[in-house]
Design a protein around this ligand. Sequence first.
Ligand code: HEC
Length: 139
Amino acid sequence: MRYLTILPLLLIPACALVTPSTSEREHYFITEVKPVLQQHCLACHNGTLPPPALNLTSKAAAFKRSPSGRDYILPGDPCCSLLISAVQRGGTHPKMMPRKEMSLTEDQIGMLREWIEDGAYWPEGEKGTLRAVKGIETR
Ligand code: HEC
């Protein structure tokens, strides 16, 4: 019985420090992740590539596995996420994503890593619906 009263006291401060709230995660997705994916990936990964290619239009579609059985997005583990390996491929690799002339910056790759490390929060509904955007439009 005693530890039942102590446990919450130990857990609450730890969670508050380590785990961002849902609204913080949603904000991160909408302001950081979504614009980059929409600008750099959705022109192709929008469901029109022949299945089972990666489809980034919604959480349900994006969290499917690759034909080789790997996770594109493995929450908590950027190293095992095919999405991260793909955008990190250098130079002339034929499967580099996206192609060289539109590859992501180190900052953008770091941001995607951090997002996946942090659980890859992806909201449902309109907020989590991605479509291609071009140029400076960011939402
Ligand atoms: C110009 C079109 C185009 C753009 C832009 C593009 N991709 Fe791709 N991508 C493809 C095609 C085509 C494939 C191969 C489809 C398949 O897997 O059969 C592919 C494959 C992939 C794969 C699987 C790679 C593998 O090793 O199997 C990942 C992951 C991926 N893309 C992520 C991304 C991400 C993330 C972005 C944005 C940063 C992006 N792609 C932008 C066309 C594109």
